[in-house]
Design a protein around this ligand. Structure first.
Ligand SMILES: [Fe+2]
Length: 344
């Protein structure tokens, strides 16, 4: 055990793990979350570890997995259960199989119930329980692929049969608890007190939980490897520079002719009011009308929209088209107006 590096990373209610072998410097990230990518890389660098594998304990429905993006960046394989619908999974695993990370052995336990592709990871003194078993709870079984009867079997006939002193590290916790033990969960976890299969299923069916906020988007991206809207905008923001509202205010008041102000909102919104001097090309028509309306690629062009997101995408598109000085407003027409900006 002395050879194991183990760090839990919390982000919102999500728990992810960097687990490494100190002897060989190899490591795996379990349930990487998209907002923490730089943190994982920083931890690995700090500890002198090289990430060899990425693993998702199941198809997450409530947050965005970073597996696909890290796979592209690090050129390392993604591990998931063979039932995972994601096309980018490189190593599909099954119950009882072992992942070798340097001198460490991670054993896969197939534990369906929360989803059809849920797995837990067994280490010598602990188990990563994914959303199968949480501290004081269990994963829900009412989302796509959920099955309360299967969760019962996964818990009572498999996971809870591991040694009771085993540490429990879940994929979620909303109360800042880091971990537990199987013994403590068996004694105190309210969901584990219903010992008969029927009672457990009844309990799970009666929960009536609220749908997760990003359900559709999380399932779309985690199943396909596609980007979330926030990731798409963040990627575009990484390719451009921004102008502050104050800077724009000064530019407008000195009638700066060098700056083309480009309103990318719909025509109707433009007609109702816009920043003085702006021209209007709705985002959807940008590529169609750009040659006619903006013939000079060396001009400085500032894109704006209502909230600053669509204009970020528009400015990144302009840069790709060769407008090397395209920028976006840091903010949007709404904040321009709220801070007393002039309108035409
Ligand atoms: Fe989950």
């Amino acid at each position: 055990m002395t050879t194991m590096f183990f760090e839990q990373i919390s982000s919102g209610g999500c728990k992810s793990y960097v687990i490494g072998c100190k002897e060989t410097c190899q490591a795996i990230i379990v349930d990487p979350e998209s907002s923490q990518i730089d943190r994982y890389l920083a931890i690995a660098a700090r500890e002198g570890l090289r990430i060899q594998y990425l693993l998702d304990t199941h198809t997450h429905a409530d947050h965005f997995s970073a597996s696909h993006e890290l796979r592209e960046r690090l050129a390392v394989p993604v591990i998931m259960h063979r039932n995972s619908p994601a096309p980018f999974v490189d190593i599909r695993v099954d119950d009882g199989e072992t992942i070798v990370v340097g001198k460490l052995r991670l054993q896969i336990l197939y534990t369906p119930g929360h989803t059809e592709d849920s797995i837990c990871i067994r280490l010598p003194d602990r188990v990563l329980t994914g959303d199968t078993l949480l501290v004081g709870g269990t994963g829900r079984t009412d989302l796509p692929g959920g099955d309360a009867a299967k969760l019962y079997d996964s818990l009572f006939n498999k996971l809870l049969k591991l040694p009771p002193e085993f540490l429990v590290f879940p994929a979620h916790d909303y109360k800042d608890q880091t971990h537990s033990t199987l013994a403590r969960e068996i004694a105190e976890n309210p969901r584990l007190q219903k010992k008969s299969r029927e009672e457990f299923i009844e309990l799970m069916h009666a929960l009536n939980l609220k749908m997760p906020t990003h359900l559709t988007e999380a399932l779309r991206t985690n199943r396909s490897g596609g980007k979330s809207i926030a990731q798409l905008i963040a990627a575009a923001a990484g390719k451009i520079a921004f102008m502050s509202i104050e800077e724009l205010r000064q530019s407008v008041s000195r009638h700066d002719r060098q700056l083309i102000i480009l309103d990318v909102r719909e025509q109707e919104a433009f007609r109702q009011g816009h920043i003085p001097g702006a021209i209007n090309i709705p985002r959807g028509q940008l590529e169609l009308r750009i040659n006619e309306l903006l013939p000079d690629p060396t001009q400085r062009i500032l894109a704006y929209c209502d909230y600053g997101k669509i204009s970020t995408l528009a400015a990144a598109t302009l840069r790709e088209l060769g407008y090397g000085r395209a920028i976006a407003l840091d903010g949007g027409f709404q904040s321009w107006r709220e801070t007393g900006g002039m309108q035409q």
